[in-house]
Every structure is written in structure tokens, then in C-alpha cells.
Ligand binder design. Sequence first.
Ligand SMILES: Cc1cc2nc3c(=O)[nH]c(=O)nc-3n(C[C@H](O)[C@H](O)[C@H](O)COP(=O)(O)OP(=O)(O)OC[C@H]3O[C@@H](n4cnc5c(N)ncnc54)[C@H](O)[C@@H]3O)c2cc1C
Length: 396
Amino acid sequence: MDFADAPEDEAFRNELREWLDTNLADFEAEESFDAEGIKKMYERRKAWQLRMAKAGWAAINWPTELGGRDATLMQNVIYSQEMAKSKAPGIYNANGVWQIGPMIIRWGTQEQKDLWLNSILYAEDHWCQGFTEPEAGSDLANLRLLAIQDGEDYVLDGQKIWCTTAHLAKWGLFLVRTDPTAIERGAKHEGITALIVDMEAPGITATPITDIVGENSFCLVTFDQARCPVKYRLGNEGEGWLVAMGTLTSERVGTAGLSITMKADLDTVVERSRSLNPGALADPDLRDRLARAYTQIELTRLLNVRALSKVLKGEKGWPEVQIAKLQWSHLAQTLAELQVDLLGPSALLARGGPDAVDKGQWSRLYSYQRYTSIGAGTTQVQKNIIADRAIKLPRK
Ligand SMILES: Cc1cc2nc3c(=O)[nH]c(=O)nc-3n(C[C@H](O)[C@H](O)[C@H](O)COP(=O)(O)OP(=O)(O)OC[C@H]3O[C@@H](n4cnc5c(N)ncnc54)[C@H](O)[C@@H]3O)c2cc1C
């Protein structure tokens, strides 16, 4: 494969790089993760997204007339690489821009597009996504949050769990069960409907759950006779599975910059360890782990390139995309462990302590990265898919 940018891609890269150079300067605040720091982080992300949106850089996959750039796959890769290289902050509505917005564009009526797309793009409101339930995670089609039509509304009863930042959201894309007989009929993928829910409606409660690092990053959302207008339905009744699958597919876009971020983080820690824990770099075991880590990062990059090359040729990115997800979660956790070991025992001191290294950010990362084997498909389920469909291992 030729790794050089085509002229139009080179122009795209240069324009983006130039824009980032000019616009990032006043956004380079250090992130901190106490309650005040998190509040500031969201304010900063909101302002950053607005600035990006005004310049057409927030939602590059959206059509140009809706504020996007109709970006190609290659431009998505370049975008991901340049964002990683420049260490640009995250945006306020990542879910909305990458997953929910494209679904509204694909399935929404004109009235729905007018109502919601600007709210997502210009970070006017925060958006969340409610798919998982206490009894429906990997087996998502088992979902049971009931929505029964009553006049102009659906009446919702049940629960969703692990909804990221639902307590901050004004709107959310939810999957609900409109045909309660479907599961008993053995047709659980049927009778699921996608609704955009006003999170401030009576009967909806988002209760934050404290996560492994002590932050309130996600919620249990309960619905008690909550009403959602039928006109907020995305697609037809019973088409929710189609809408959801489109949403989850979009989740896999934009991972090309990960190896850049990982390498930059590892370089930073190696430099930091020279002053903080100098013996570490002379330790044969740690040196061996470091060499393996850099090799694995390069392998991850090449795996992404291989998947990309296939897709550009019109083939499916299979099974590289699934393997890349596994590789990413394994590597993210391996690196987090290595980084803490390189920095020495004080790197494990938690946030808030006077001696915590870099305000405890490495010990936080060490715990936080456990999520990578759950989010976007759990490790065990991904392995099952690869064993079943790629290696074609016999079933019992
Ligand atoms: C940081 C984070 C943010 C999230 N944000 C959101 C959000 O915004 N909205 C939302 O809807 N959800 C969100 N989720 C939830 C996420 O989608 C689910 O956690 C995920 O789908 C797994 O479901 P579960 O937690 O019910 O685990 P389960 O599916 O119950 O799995 C439990 C364990 O059993 C294993 N397992 C399950 N099935 C099989 C099988 N067939 N064979 C072998 N092993 C199996 C799994 O691998 C796992 O180890 C988030 C999760 C995390 C960690």
C-alpha cells in the first residue's frame, strides 16, 4: 500500500493542521479529575466543540450542508491522526456527533433534523445513549424497557444502566421494547424501537453510579410512567434494531489515532521516569516490557492500516477490525500497568495526596483502562465472534 496522502487528502491534512495550530493555543489547559476539574473539563469541551463546529471540523462525516464535510474514509483516518498528534481535547457531544447525529440524518424526519441536529453539532445540549439494561448488555436484543403507545405519546417503564453522562444530558437516544410479546415469540430482535427522549421529562431519573476511579461517569436511568411523544420516534416502530446497528457501526470509526496517542503517552512516561525513578530504565524486565510495548504499538498501527487497505479496496475490514479492538484493549491495559511500574511506587498514590505523581493521573489511568475490555464489545464476546466466524472453530 502507498502510505503517501493523495493530493486532496494532503490538502485536507494541511488545512486541519493549520487550523489546529491556530486554534488550540488557548485550549491547552491541564485536565484534572476532581469534581471542580471535571466541571471545568465539560465547559472547556463545550467551548472547543463550538469552535470546531463553526469551522466545520466538529462533525466531518455529516453532509456539508448540515455543517459537516462529507469526509471520506481516508479523511477520517487523517482526522484521527491529526487530533491525536495535536493532543486536541475531547468534544462535549462525542456520542451525538459520531453516533446519534448520523442516525438522525439517516432516519429522522425534516422536523426532527431541524429540532436536534444543531443542538448536537453546536454543543447546545448534552446527549446520551441508553441501550444497556441490567439484563441486556452483550445480549442487547434482550432489552425490556417497555414503551406502550397512549394517544400522542409512548409511556415508558423500566431501566437502563451504564448510560454515560445521562445526568448531564438534555436528550438521549434510547432503545425500547414496543412489542412485549417478541421475546416470548423467540423473535427478540423484533419489536424494538428507537426513541429520542427528553431527559427532563417527568418520571425519568438519572442516578449517577460511582465508577472504579471514583467519578460519576455513568448512570442508572429509571422510567416510571414517563411520557415520550410519538413524534420523537426515530424510524418506524419495530425498526430500532436497524437504527441501533447503524449507531454501533459508527462507533468503530476513528481509531487510527490511537497508536499515536499510545506512543506519545509512553514516550512521556519514559522521559518522566528518568528523573522520578531512574533505576527503572536499567531494569532488564522493564526494558523487555518497554521493547514489547513499542513493538505492540507498531503492530496495532499496522493492523489498522491493513483493515483500512482492505476497506479502501471495497472488501470488508473483517476480521482485522475485531482483532484491532481486542489488541487495543489488551494494549491499553498493558501500557497502563507498565507506565505505573516505570514511574515507581509513588505512581500508585491516588489523586489528592501531596506525593501523588502528576496529580495521580497514572494511577487513575491504571484503573480506568479496565473499561476497554467492556466498552464497544466485551473481550469474551469479540473472541467468540473471531473463533466462530474467522477461525471457524468447531462448536460443541
Ligand atoms: C465506560 C463505559 C461506558 C458505557 N457507556 C454506555 C452508554 O453510554 N450507554 C449504554 O447503553 N451502555 C453503556 N455501557 C455499557 C456497555 O455497553 C455494556 O457494559 C456492555 O455491552 C456489556 O454488557 P454488560 O455490562 O451487561 O455485561 P454482560 O453482557 O452481562 O457480560 C458480563 C460478562 O460476561 C461475558 N459474556 C457475556 N456474554 C458472553 C458470551 N456469550 N460468551 C462468553 N462470555 C460472555 C462478558 O464478556 C463479560 O465478561 C458502557 C460501559 C462502560 C464500561
